[in-house]
Design a protein around this ligand. Structure first.
Ligand code: IMP
Ligand code: MG
Length: 182
């Protein structure tokens, strides 16, 4: 069977480092939302694994929801157009929402999504991302919780894909250019 590890250029954050970071973020979020009812909204598919781990690092009463939004297609370049493919079926009026993302690149996906949720009546919408890649930011978006700031490379693993593969890597890594520059 094809070994996906052969396509990795460099491991950026090991499984253990990620575990520690997630615990740290969870504790910080728990403190900040101590007196609020938090709704965690994971952005599928990329933030699936991060959201699942992060929620287990928050000891309070929280709700978990998921959305599927798309701005990339199968290409490595963002199209910038937000399409909601799976929505939250609940009324968001007065909610304290934490959007959980795998990686922020141009910022277009989350800034559009945040606007949309506020327009539906959410009391506040904060953003937590495992990875922030500021090199290609096209719009200003306030990121409230960041795991790591990463260099301008194509990143995979721990839920993050290239062409729907590599999500099952237990660590975060840089993908070899030869994989996508063909
Ligand atoms: P943006 O911030 O609107 O450009 O889009 C962020 C989304 O693009 C994330 O949810 C990721 O799914 C995807 N993305 C951005 N950079 C990378 C990367 O290096 N590897 C894999 N997906 C990425
Ligand atoms: Mg994504």
């Amino acid at each position: 069977m094809y070994n996906i590890e052969d396509d990795i250029q460099e491991v950026l954050y090991s499984k253990e480092e990620l575990q520690n970071k997630v615990q740290e973020l969870g504790a910080q979020i728990a403190r900040d939302y101590e007196d609020k009812q938090l709704m965690v909204v994971g952005i599928l598919k990329g933030a699936n694994i991060f959201t699942a781990d992060l929620c287990r690092a928050i000891p309070g009463l929280i709700q978990m929801e998921f959305m599927v939004v798309s701005s990339y297609g199968t290409s490595a370049v963002s199209s910038g157009k937000l399409t909601i493919l799976k929505d939250i079926a609940k009324d968001l009026t007065g909610r304290h929402i934490l959007l959980v993302e795998d990686i922020i690149d141009t910022g277009l996906t989350l800034s559009e999504l945040k606007k949309e949720l506020l327009a539906r009546g959410a009391e506040d919408v904060k953003i937590c991302t495992l990875l922030d890649k500021p090199a290609h930011r096209k719009t200003e978006v306030q990121v409230d919780y960041v795991g790591y700031t990463v260099p301008d490379e194509f990143i995979v693993g721990y839920g993050i894909d290239y062409a729907e593969f590599y999500r099952n890597l237990p660590y975060v890594a840089v993908l070899k250019r030869s994989v996508y520059e063909k």
